[in-house]
Design a protein around this ligand. Sequence first.
Ligand code: MTE
Ligand code: MO
Length: 326
Amino acid sequence: MLFKRNPNGIDLPFPSEITPREIYEGRRKFIAQVAATAAVGSSLWELANREAFAQNAPAQKLAAARNAGLSTLEKQTSFEDATHYNNFYEFGTDKSDPAQNAHTLRTRPWTVRIEGEVKKPLTLDIDQLTKLAPLEERIYRLRCVEGWSMVIPWVGYSLANLIRQVEPTGNAKYVEFTTLADRRQMPGVGSRVLEWPYVEGLRMDEAMHPLTLLTVGMYGQVLPNQNGAPVRVVVPWKYGFKSAKSIVRIRFTDRQPRTAWNGIAPEEYGFYSNVNPNVDHPRWSQASERRIGEGGFFAPKRKTLMFNGYDQVASLYSGMDLKKYF
Ligand SMILES: Nc1nc2c(c(=O)[nH]1)N[C@H]1C(S)=C(S)[C@@H](COP(=O)(O)O)O[C@H]1N2
Ligand SMILES: [Mo]
């Protein structure tokens, strides 16, 4: 992937260099076709097999009752698209990299440490965490800051369930999510595109909002590695980068945490990063979006909605200047 040096001197991906879905799809079909017609070199075989591995690894089913009240009725993005067009820079910066590379992530054993400004710090393994509250299916829109969106049926429960267990103190004003950064499992860790580990954060009331989903699955099964296995958050009214993948630590703090994107480019990626069509990114408009799977790169775009359409969070920001606190 090519990078454009932004005015801060920090290398960030430039939207025109994001691989259009058609191109990567074509590439994948090509690989599959060649692999099927026998006359192939070993490197192509290897590529095809690696993709097959990431795609077809035995999926553990996860039973969950649909929370209809919090789910959109819009057409769901296909599982294929949702698992092959990803941002997970620990596995590379191309949209197809996580599907190809994330099979090296070991998701068991996995523990999450919950600590900081709490009365009852807790370490949970992934099974304990999954069973902490009844699992729900919630179909959310996900809007990436780059200008595309998807509709995904996630499986999880409100993060508030976990937060109540640890009894935050009066000093707990923010929640910080730290994700795994292991060079042996993650080929992108060590690259200079971001700070590692990938850290994200929310204000306490945002973290407690019932929409904020502690997520262990999607499409009725455990999270595929490329989507942030074994546990991530999904914060549907914020740009996708706030929804940290493969979390290992949740820490409650009295100060706003330094987060990966806000830390390296604060003028471009605000701490809040609520979806807001009226506040453009300095290098591109946020007024509209391309729904992945909808007619390709040249299809008409959709209008982006304030808070990504999740109006019920508006009261969290009453009295705040959302141009200043973008
Ligand atoms: N650890 C980690 N979490 C991450 C990212 C990342 O690079 N690393 N990318 C973010 C971005 S930019 C988006 S849009 C979403 C994409 O989630 P999805 O691939 O499951 O659709 O994950 C977010 N969480
Ligand atoms: Mo994103």
